[in-house]
Design a protein around this ligand. Structure first.
Ligand code: SAH
Length: 353
């Protein structure tokens, strides 16, 4: 009996940066310039097959289709919040679900994307943290969220995605290689063509990777700080045991050095835990000398979480203290809470679905 040829998985071209694709194309006996053509087709809205790549010969399209594929994410769930926020649920090839959240603002559309299924960081105030870690997203799955939402907006005449934040499920810096590849495609003028100023990577504080990110690319950084002393931060965020505040802030200093760009520090206000005036004073001291912008996030409550949002007076007082010390401080209103799309609320539901 003949032995079947081993099943060869086709290469998903959306996992390749333009340089990777050039190597792939040359490897397959085609001239390098073909990579440029193919790459730009991959990120054009609505393109779903090689047959549509009309500047390639029929032979070329057919042989590409034998060896390669390019994945597309199709929203399995789409929920609209009363405040205009849209939550997209995507079912991945292995059946796992991830979520992305579109936040329409006056002057722009911000898309919040996921980098992992679940999260291993186990921050005690975050629902994604309570679901545990399942797997890293591939580069194609990260970029695919942006492609899918952009297409949906286009179809509904809702404009385009102008701003990207890696603040969905997962810890982006724990999926570093795929993150860098995805960012490279997002920034590529023939890819999604985002400007570096319009992409923000948010981290719970993987200090060495912060430095590495700063060396590789010039995107914006947000750091989820949430406490101004190690004792409190250790209790809230296990990552602090590995990279305590001194090390984290040293990495932030190094990150911001070459460009003097401001880093965004996220601070979730948890009633009675980290919301006192003394905490605000400590925070001001801690960030001294770092070009910083502070976002205060009043805790999004959930029945599973033992934390509450402080009252307005406490939140205002916390903000005032920081402002008086010269910081730019915004209180981030929570968007999409009615559809569980707000910060820290992603994915617990989809995993149970
Ligand atoms: N892992 C990355 C990316 C996730 S961003 C990071 O930690 O930065 C999601 C943001 O929502 C983080 O700042 C996170 O700390 C915050 N968050 C998590 N749970 C929250 C909650 N219950 N209320 C408000 N913000 C929360």
């Amino acid at each position: 009996m003949p032995i079947d040829a081993p099943f060869l998985q086709k290469v998903d071209l959306k996992n390749l940066t333009r340089d990777d694709l050039t190597a792939f194309v040359v490897d397959h006996g085609l001239p390098a310039f073909r990579a440029k053509q193919i790459f730009s087709w991959l990120y054009r809205p609505g393109i779903s097959s090689f047959a549509e790549m009309t500047d390639l010969s029929k032979d070329m399209r057919e042989s590409l289709a034998k060896e390669a594929t390019f994945s597309r994410l199709i929203p399995a769930v789409k929920e609209l919040s009363s405040d205009g926020t849209i939550k997209y649920g995507f079912r991945l090839q292995d059946g796992k679900m991830i979520e992305s959240v579109l936040i329409p603002e006056e002057d722009r559309n911000t898309l919040c994307i996921s980098s992992q299924v679940g999260c291993a960081m186990a921050c005690v105030f975050c629902l994604t943290g309570t679901m545990g870690f399942s797997r890293n997203l591939t580069c194609a799955e990260i970029v695919g969220q942006v492609c899918a939402v952009s297409e949906d907006l286009r179809e509904n005449n809702l404009g385009s995605v102008n701003n990207l934040v890696f603040m969905g499920m997962g810890e982006p810096l724990a999926n570093f290689d795929n993150l860098i590849k995805a960012l490279t495609i997002l920034l590529d003028e023939l890819g999604l063509h985002f400007s570096e100023r319009r992409i923000t990577v948010s981290t719970c504080g993987l200090a060495p990777k912060i430095i590495e990110l700063g060396q590789r690319l010039k995107v914006n950084l947000a750091v989820s700080l949430h406490a101004a002393d190690n004792e409190t931060r250790n209790r809230l965020m296990p990552i602090n045991l590995r990279y305590p505040l001194e090390i984290l802030l040293e990495a932030c200093r190094e990150f911001s050095l070459p460009r003097r760009k401001r880093i965004t520090f996220e601070y979730v206000l948890l009633k009675g835990v980290n919301d006192s005036d003394q905490d605000a004073v400590k925070l001001a001291r801690l960030l001294h000398g770092i070009p910083a912008k502070i976002n205060l996030l009043p805790c999004n409550e959930a029945p599973e979480l033992p934390f509450a949002k402080p009252n307005r007076l406490i939140i205002d007082s916390f903000q005032d203290i920081l402002k008086k010390k010269g910081y730019t401080v915004l209180i981030r209103s929570s968007r999409g809470a009615d559809i569980s799309a707000a910060c820290g609320q992603l994915a617990a539901k989809s995993s149970a679905r």
